[in-house]
Design a protein around this ligand. Sequence first.
Ligand code: HEM
Ligand SMILES: *[C@@H]1O[C@H](CO)[C@@H](O)[C@H](O)[C@H]1NC(C)=O
Ligand SMILES: *[C@@H]1O[C@H](CO)[C@@H](O)[C@H](O)[C@H]1NC(C)=O
Ligand SMILES: *[C@@H]1O[C@H](CO)[C@@H](O)[C@H](O)[C@H]1NC(C)=O
Length: 409
Amino acid sequence: VEHMETNSRETLQADFDTFDISEELGFVLEEPLTHLPDYYRVWLDLANNLTHLIESRKLRDLVHNMPVLSPDLLTNHRELRLAHLSLGFISMGYVWQEGQHAPAQILPKALAWPYWLVSRRLGLPPILTYADSVLANWKLRDPTGDMEIRNMDLIFSFPGGESCRGFFLVSLLVEMAASSGIAVSIQYSLPLFHVSCFWSYSLLLSVIRKTKFVLFPDHVEPTAFHGTLRIFVSGWKDNPMLPRGLLYEGVSSEPILLSGGSAAQSSAIQCFDALLCIQHEDETGAFLTRMRDYMPPAHRQLIETLSICPSLRDFILSRSSSDLCQAYNSCISALVDLRCYHLNTVTKYVIVAGNHARSMGCPLRGVGTALNNTGTGGSNIMVFLKSVRNTTQKALILERPSTSRETEI
Ligand code: HEM
Ligand SMILES: *[C@@H]1O[C@H](CO)[C@@H](O)[C@H](O)[C@H]1NC(C)=O
Ligand SMILES: *[C@@H]1O[C@H](CO)[C@@H](O)[C@H](O)[C@H]1NC(C)=O
Ligand SMILES: *[C@@H]1O[C@H](CO)[C@@H](O)[C@H](O)[C@H]1NC(C)=O
């Protein structure tokens, strides 16, 4: 049995702690807290009642009366994550309370200053990220029950009712399924170099599509998503409604540009790209790399560690094993299928719902996406997603004539 030695082997074998990964849940935060020390009660009171406060347009006034709290009493990772999550929800609600045409230009100091400090301690940007709204925003209805959608709830919600719940929870289930595979690959250090591991990854990717992603239409309604929820995950970078960004009062004298939350910030999917040596190029690649700044640093570190591993594809190309090629290709195909399915979902939820909204006199102005979406009808989104899918497809290894001796590694 031949092994491929790598410099990063030891790094990969190191504790899950190094990359802040749970053996069971991958990148998902285990048992997120729902309470903070009493000193922070005002944050949780607002965040817990956010939907009501946005709909009744009381949130901004309440924020203006908020005391400036010091984050120094937050002592551990899970407390910091809950603080980041709650300040994120309140900030998004504050900025977008009056709708997409009247965003707040300034985030008051009582939000901006502690949010900035908490963000710095976590290595996350001071905006609601996927790591907040999806990975750290869940709880079980029955704590002894399973992590299945019927037994799960969000900690904090935006307007949009069941569609908001479905949007974040289905993303969580996809992420959980995907990152359990990542956890396994770290545990056994590069098992992907073995034929059977490729097969299990390709199975995993198709299971994600067939059993998790398909839950979307049952739980998320296109008009609720497009008309109500989407605005609240919008950021202030490449957003024509906030072209200069948002001013964080008491933190900086210039506005700051930050992208809104997007599953493009999912570490799991980027890990699959890294493991399979799929390299997205040009603007597409630059955008995905930039999204890593919105991931917890340990997760970003893992993607970067996997990306500098010796190229798996080159290794496969250097063998003449058709088994290995087939197994690798089946992974690529499963990832292409997943991305095609995602493209169809985006068409339904962004493009079709957007055209519908426009025909009702409500223009789609490129908000609710981390990409610069100034092309009509979200054309930049579609070009981006098609380019990601095309690059994935191009990773397929064309079968060569097989040799008599199949190499087992
Ligand atoms: C209503 C459902 C969804 C919509 C409308 C949607 C929309 C989008 C958009 C517009 C982008 C482009 C980047 C951006 O502008 O933020 C994107 C990228 C992405 N989305 Fe979604 N998405 C949805 C559901 C999901 C789910 C459930 C997942 C799985 C966790 C997911 C995973 C991704 C990934 C990984 C990317 C980066 C591109 C790639 O790696 O293929 N999306 N999505
Ligand atoms: C939310 O706010 C409303 C009005 O301010 C109040 O009636 C309601 O009791 C609050 N709910 C919670 C859970 O704090
Ligand atoms: C978005 O991209 C278009 C061209 O792709 C560019 O002309 C425009 O200035 C960009 N908008 C922003 C806000 O960056
Ligand atoms: C992706 O590939 C299809 C089919 O080969 C092609 O028509 C399309 O222009 C490509 N799109 C992008 C954005 O690369």
